[in-house]
Design a protein around this ligand. Structure first.
Ligand code: DGY
Length: 380
């Protein structure tokens, strides 16, 4: 097996923490140093196989910070426990790579990094929506290929997303932020699908609609769809913000794509397997006016055959959360999760994570997914 280089930060620390990738910023390292941790960071960019992580933990490990590209299944948590570990944090808000139930069985708390990705990811979803609707990838390729011979009335015409209908699948924090951006920026009506109603979003759009009316403009509306199909049929663009689990795998399949308008846009910044990628390729091949904007893929880093040949698809390599502020914030939260757990702090019970990002660190672990199952104390 290939061997991987590990860099040691704070070699004198008493608690050993494994971090499977270099993370941006300094604050996360300072947090772990203050918690008396010796931090061992894998400097390789390769995706680490499970066995390499288990080997790194084996000599004794108090906690680990892992990546969404690694399978943190129950065997990994058994290995962490056997090494003396008591805490894990994913460096991600999503945790489909983590067997949280298995971790709970092993008594290991699992952290994630919500809150800091919200606007950053929503902005990328907006970016992909308009890149797809206005054909910017195709237009740039056209220009770079030296094919631009002068302005033409019908050159590269796209779709105007203004006062139309935006569909949001999964109206949690990121879906909610995306919906607001599309409502405020482009006066779109919202239709959303979520197992829970988002009353705050509905109230916000209603109040914004009243404001527009006072300005002598048309109202905007927000409706909760009863089914995914209802949303797909109504929307001019659809953005996916759901989690990935067995209920959402291939939520968007050939039948559902066929329900969409022929010139609609679909955007995915959640997890690739929510869309049946082969079905999407076939749909885009058959419907050149249909467009897609994708940040995530079913079998990352591989793309479904034919996807990268399609002019009506805009693709970026899972960078929706890639702003410095967000990625440093994620590192801070992951470190604060692990340090807080090792120090025996209670678990933060509030959605506002900004207090962790600057100044004195609150004496709590910011986001622990299985806190209730493990009976961890919650902060007041
Ligand atoms: C996450 O945190 O789940 C994101 O996918 C990272 O970009």
């Amino acid at each position: 097996m290939a061997s991987f280089e590990w860099r040691v930060h704070n070699p004198g620390g008493c608690r050993r923490v494994i971090v499977t990738k270099e993370l941006p910023g300094q604050r996360w390292q300072d947090i772990l140093t203050a918690a008396d941790c010796r931090v061992e960071i894998c400097t390789a960019e390769d995706i680490l196989p499970a066995v390499a992580i288990q080997e790194a933990m084996a000599p004794g490990c108090d906690a680990a910070i892992g990546q969404l590209t690694e399978p943190w299944d129950e065997d990994m948590f058994k290995a962490l426990k056997a090494a003396g570990g008591a805490a894990y944090s994913n460096y991600a808000v999503g945790f489909n790579n983590v067997d949280v139930t298995g971790a709970t069985r092993q008594g290991i708390p699992v952290g994630n990094t919500p809150g800091v990705l919200t606007e950053t990811t929503a902005q990328m979803a907006v970016t992909l929506t308009f890149a797809a609707a206005r054909r910017t990838g195709e237009a740039e390729r056209f220009l770079r290929a030296g094919r631009y011979a002068g302005w033409l009335p019908s050159l590269l015409m796209g779709e105007l997303l203004w006062r139309k209908t935006v569909g949001v699948i999964g109206a949690g924090r990121i879906g909610d932020a995306y919906a607001r951006m599309m409502v405020e920026g482009h006066k779109m009506n919202v239709i959303y699908y979520d197992i829970y109603p988002n009353e705050r979003l509905e109230a916000y759009v209603a109040a914004y609609g009243d404001f527009l009316q006072h300005q002598g403009q048309e109202q905007v509306t927000c409706t909760r769809a009863a089914t995914v199909e209802e949303l797909l049929e109504a929307a001019d663009c659809v953005s996916i913000h759901t989690i990935l689990d067995e209920s959402t795998r291939h939520l968007i399949n050939a039948e559902r794509l066929a329900r969409m308008k022929p010139n609609a846009v679909i955007v995915n910044t959640s997890r690739g397997p929510v869309i049946d990628e082969a079905a999407l390729v076939a749909h885009c091949q058959r419907h050149p006016a249909f467009r897609a904007g994708l940040d995530v893929f079913e079998n990352e880093p591989e793309l479904a055959p034919g996807l990268d040949q399609l002019d009506n698809v805009v693709i970026v390599p899972h960078i929706a959360s890639a702003t410095r502020w967000t990625r440093e914030g994620m590192a801070t939260l992951a470190a604060a999760n692990v340090a807080g757990l090792l120090r025996g702090y209670p678990v933060w019970n509030r959605p506002d994570i900004l207090p962790f990002l600057e100044g004195e660190l609150p004496t709590v672990a910011p986001s622990i997914l299985n806190a209730a199952e493990l009976g961890l104390a919650m902060a007041d």
